[in-house]
Design a protein around this ligand. Structure first.
Ligand SMILES: Nc1ncnc2c1ncn2[C@@H]1O[C@H](COP(=O)(O)OP(=O)(O)OP(=O)(O)O)[C@@H](O)[C@H]1O
Ligand SMILES: [Mg+2]
Length: 448
């Protein structure tokens, strides 16, 4: 049995499909449009979302993005009346599992859904297997800066003070936030993460503060927000620089008073939660550019911990790589994998712009692809032997242009990786950044 949400603005289609999937033993819910589907997901997660592409209010691709943002494990199957190759490619790239062309027979749709669910099952199994042998992060360090950081983090964990984590993408902010919670007296209570990068301000507002039934289209019942869920525990606000001005104002009040009302609600709710926030952009410059409220910045900036980029802790690269390899070796049932000396030299030399995430991906890849027990430089990604942006710079120089800016190089590189990969997850993995960051960059650069 799977939990399925069917989204179509044609009543007959969604009704009939819901009845059909119920008759197959699934738990099927029908939604009229994107907002209703998102609200339904908020009530109860789904394994699969089957959605029409062309709908009046929010189109299927937008819904797809939002579903994936909430839980990448939910599979999305599109129903389209206009099956052009371009559309199909765009849909797959955005993370759709499959699509069916209207009109379809019930037998066709059943087979497509079965196949999508089967794939999801395989992926989840893989993920569970992974997390079962997932190691704790490596917290030993040869770097003085990192050692100081961990000392301060330990001390700060004991208090209720708000903590702001800064540092480049992939440097380990999420890992540290969780660690701080574990070290804190609140460790038996929830650690709740809210990602502030979202396509819709209203959805994020409702995710944070909750809402009352009927307060907006799709709010079909009262729903507590994440802040409430964090009561007595810690709330981790990831990518805080992405909070919209209106939400910054609303959140400021929460930071000051630890109280708020649900959207459309009158009762004031008090929550006792420790706040940890993270950003990979300099909040000071966001404040200077009037994009981030100064008063909120000062409220958050009580204890600031800067997680150093991997290149500033060069002596940690090899021990970290070995640590990650041990985990990857277990996961892939190859416990005797190790690096040879040349491979370790190559790892140490590289600058790791994607930080630990990039290192982890490189190790993972080697653990899967390497034919022998000894990992050699050949088993590492080519990018490690190329200076970042070298290829793009060479191309630009060849065309007799000025040297490209860092942004040009990044834009070009992201564009290329997106073209070469099938899903956003895969692209993000290759780039060594998380999916949310990729989304933001894609939006910023206007890459479709
Ligand atoms: N100390 C560590 N030991 C082992 N793995 C680590 C460590 N720190 C980070 N990692 C791994 O590196 C990856 C990136 O870490 P994390 O998600 O915490 O980075 P981040 O700073 O939050 O990045 P972003 O700004 O992109 O969100 C994750 O896969 C994480 O498991
Ligand atoms: Mg993060």
């Amino acid at each position: 049995m799977a939990r399925i949400i069917i989204v179509d603005d044609e009543k007959n289609i969604r009704r009939n499909l819901a009845v059909f999937f119920e008759s197959l033993g699934h738990h099927a819910r029908a939604a009229e449009g994107g907002a209703e589907a998102i609200a339904a997901l908020g009530d109860e997660p789904a394994d699969l979302v089957l959605t029409d592409v062309r709908m009046a209010e929010m189109d299927g691709l937008r819904l797809l993005e939002e579903v994936k943002r909430r839980d990448p494990a939910t599979v999305v199957v599109l129903m389209t009346a206009f099956a052009t190759v371009e559309n199909a490619v765009a849909a797959m790239k955005a993370g759709a599992q499959d699509y069916v062309t209207k009109p379809f027979t019930l037998d066709e749709i059943r087979r497509t859904v079965d196949r999508a669910l089967e794939l999801r099952g395989l992926r989840l199994e893989n993920r569970e297997l992974r997390s079962a042998v997932e190691q704790a992060p490596m917290l030993e360090t040869e770097s003085a800066a990192m050692r100081r950081l961990l000392d301060t983090a330990r001390q700060a964990a004991a208090s209720d003070a708000t903590i702001l984590l800064t540092g480049e993408s992939g440097a380990g902010k999420n890992v540290l936030a969780r660690k701080i919670h574990q070290l804190s007296p609140r460790h038996d209570y929830p650690f709740v993460t809210v990602n502030c990068t979202t396509l819709s301000e209203q959805l994020l507002e409702s995710e944070l503060f909750g809402h009352m039934r009927g307060s907006f289209t799709g709010a079909v019942k009262d729903k507590p927000g994440r802040l409430e869920a964090a009561h007595q525990g810690s709330v981790f606000l990831d990518e805080i620089a992405d909070l919209t001005p209106a939400l910054q104002t609303k959140f400021l009040r929460f930071v000051q008073e630890l109280s708020f009302e649900r959207i459309g609600g009158e009762r004031t709710i008090q929550v006792d939660a420790r706040i940890i926030a993270a950003t990979n952009r300099g909040l000071e410059s966001e404040v200077a550019a009037h994009r981030f409220r100064e008063d909120l910045f000062y409220r958050l900036n009580v204890i600031t911990l800067r997680v150093p980029p991997l290149r500033e802790r060069a002596d940690d690269v090899v021990p970290l790589a070995r640590w990650l390899l041990r985990a990857a070796g277990l996961r892939n049932r190859r416990p005797s994998l190790r690096f040879n000396a040349e491979a370790e030299t190559a790892l140490r030399r590289y600058r790791w712009p994607g930080n630990i995430r990039e290192l982890r991906n490189a190790v993972e890849r080697a653990a899967v692809l390497c034919r022998r027990d000894e990992i050699a430089p050949d088993d590492l990604p080519d990018s490690i032997f190329r200076e970042p942006g070298e290829a793009a710079a060479a191309a630009a120089a060849g065309a007799g242009q000025r040297s490209p800016s860092l942004e040009d190089v990044e834009r070009e590189h992201i564009r290329r990786v997106l073209a070469e990969t099938a899903t956003l997850e895969e692209a993000a993995d290759t780039l060594g950044i998380n999916v949310t960051t990729l989304w933001r960059k894609r939006r910023r650069y206007g890459i479709e």
